[in-house]
Design a protein around this ligand. Structure first.
Ligand code: PSU
Ligand code: MN
Length: 307
């Protein structure tokens, strides 16, 4: 047996892959753990709609009944949206979840893994995981960073959330050879705002330019992901002081309550959505939509070069 025996690729996505058409991967942890119901469902549907509108084919990824599904259908997406207790599936969980025949919501890590297995090059999400505050003591460093260090998938995101230690996250990426590209920006965004105060490695003006870098990396045999940092649209960005003081308080609450491991990110997201009176939800949705759009353009640029 090989990995294909554990994978179901939907017909439309398979047809696209066979014919070098642009495909954009989407994750399912953002559905089960990133938003409440029914916003999670609306968001998942809207990302797919935007990808189609921009000329690419969406492939939302998740594990259902022990099978890796590439391109969840409407009913399957509803299943992830309704079942918010579906376990988060990171690299360490994959074999156990598949062998047990249960469901798993794919994170950035596992969506990258499965996208690569299926032959998908571009993935859109909100923000990557990273080094948590006090990570030098807790060792809470997202597996996303390790995956970015080894898997050849381009991740279009709005940087990393300011619930994370962004300078240390960027140091970690540098050590592991992961390039950060800014889409029409030189600043590394921090999710709710356009500028974390840190810089990306290279600013790019177009998705054609980005696709050329990806192809060059692959031709050189350099195995790693690439981060395409796409800032939240200005009109949806939150006030820096408002969001950073709220985050500081919530991160402290999480630590005081002893929240650890893979519960940390969902705990903080949920508290933020609740305590920002919905502002963070709107911002979060809008940046994911914008990332879906840019990922579609990038997938198109990439398939043009392949042809
Ligand atoms: N950032 C978000 N929303 C999310 C996540 C990150 O804005 O839902 C999810 C992604 O799936 C990411 C995961 O891969 O959280 C990181 O979790 P951890 O910190 O446990 O590695
Ligand atoms: Mn963690």
């Amino acid at each position: 047996m090989n990995y294909k025996d554990y994978m179901i690729i939907n017909e439309e996505v398979q047809h696209a892959l066979d014919n070098n058409l642009p495909v954009v991967a989407l994750e399912s942890t953002i559905i089960s753990h990133g938003f409440n119901y029914p916003e999670n469902l609306e968001c998942a549907r809207e990302c797919e709609r935007i990808i189609r509108e921009n000329g690419a084919i969406p492939a939302t990824i998740g594990i259902m009944g022990g099978k890796i599904v590439i391109g969840l259908n409407e009913k399957q997406i509803i299943h992830f949206a309704e079942n918010r207790t579906t376990p988060k599936c990171s690299r360490r969980d994959v074999a156990a979840i598949i062998a047990k025949g249960i469901d798993g919501a794919t994170t950035v890590t596992t969506t990258m893994m499965f996208a690569q297995m299926a032959g998908i090059k571009v993935f859109a999400t909100g923000g990557i995981g990273g080094v948590h505050f006090d990570g030098e003591n807790t060792m809470d460093i997202s597996a996303d960073l390790e995956e970015l260090a080894r898997t050849n998938v381009a991740v279009v995101c709005s940087g990393a959330k300011s619930i994370l230690d962004i300078p240390r996250t960027l140091e970690y990426l540098e050590t592991n050879g992961v390039t950060t590209l800014g889409y029409q920006t030189a600043a590394f965004p921090d999710f709710y705002t356009q500028d974390s105060g840190k810089k990306v490695d290279y600013r790019c003006e177009s998705t054609d330019e980005i696709a050329k870098i990806i192809v060059t990396k692959d031709n050189l045999g350099i195995d790693s992901g690439i981060i395409i940092a796409n800032p939240i649209p200005a009109e949806h960005a939150l006030d820096t002081d408002f969001i950073s003081s709220l985050i500081q308080r919530i991160v402290k609450e999480a630590a005081d309550q002893g929240v650890i491991g893979n519960k940390v990110t969902p705990f903080i997201l949920e508290a933020l959505h609740r305590e920002s009176e919905g502002k963070s939800v709107v911002a979060n949705k809008q940046l994911v939509f914008n990332n879906s759009r840019v990922a579609s353009l990038l997938a198109i640029s990439y398939s043009k070069i392949q042809k």
